[in-house]
Design a protein around this ligand. Structure first.
Ligand code: FES
Ligand code: FES
Length: 150
């Protein structure tokens, strides 16, 4: 199974029904992508596929095409991603951190599509990414702060 992950062409050897989450973590050692629910409910496993957020826990690698580009938190480093990371740092968003790689990728996807989102846009785009620590107000503030950096 060939795919581009964080800008590098990769041949995945896991069986075709393996969820992308486990190929990333177990085969490639990219452990920034987290397992939460395993059922597309929490967003902890969010990665970007061709710039759009997907739940890697329910994405079998057999559904990926060779020209698909997957971005994990380890490779999330374009201009928007750097603004998001800077804002996250400045607003001290993170609490336990478990959900945050998914939050960062969802925020990057949102700002890439909509550089000046409203509160409502943010709430809608981020609604699938749950945070047990309740960092939602800081996430929303950091997305506005990142938008100002773009
Ligand atoms: S682990 Fe994938 S959505 Fe929860
Ligand atoms: S920061 Fe702890 S679950 Fe979100």
């Amino acid at each position: 199974m060939k795919v581009s992950i964080n800008g590098k062409a990769v041949e995945l050897g896991s069986s075709p029904d393996t969820p992308l989450l486990w190929a990333l973590r177990d085969e490639l050692g990219l452990t920034g992508t987290k397992f939460g629910c395993g059922a597309a409910l929490c967003g902890a496993c969010t990665v970007l596929k061709n710039g759009l957020p997907v739940r890697s826990c329910v994405t079998p690698i057999s559904t990926l095409a060779p020209d698909d580009s997957i971005t994990t938190v380890e490779g999330n480093a374009d201009k928007v991603a750097l603004a998001v990371k800077q804002a996250w740092h400045e607003l001290d968003v993170v609490q336990c951190g478990y959900c945050q790689s998914g939050q960062l990728l969802a925020a990057t996807a949102l700002l890439s599509a909509n550089p000046h989102p409203s509160d409502q846009d943010i709430d809608l785009a981020m609604s699938g990414n749950l945070c047990r620590c309740g960092t939602y107000p800081r996430i929303r503030a950091a997305i506005h702060a990142a938008a100002k950096l773009l």
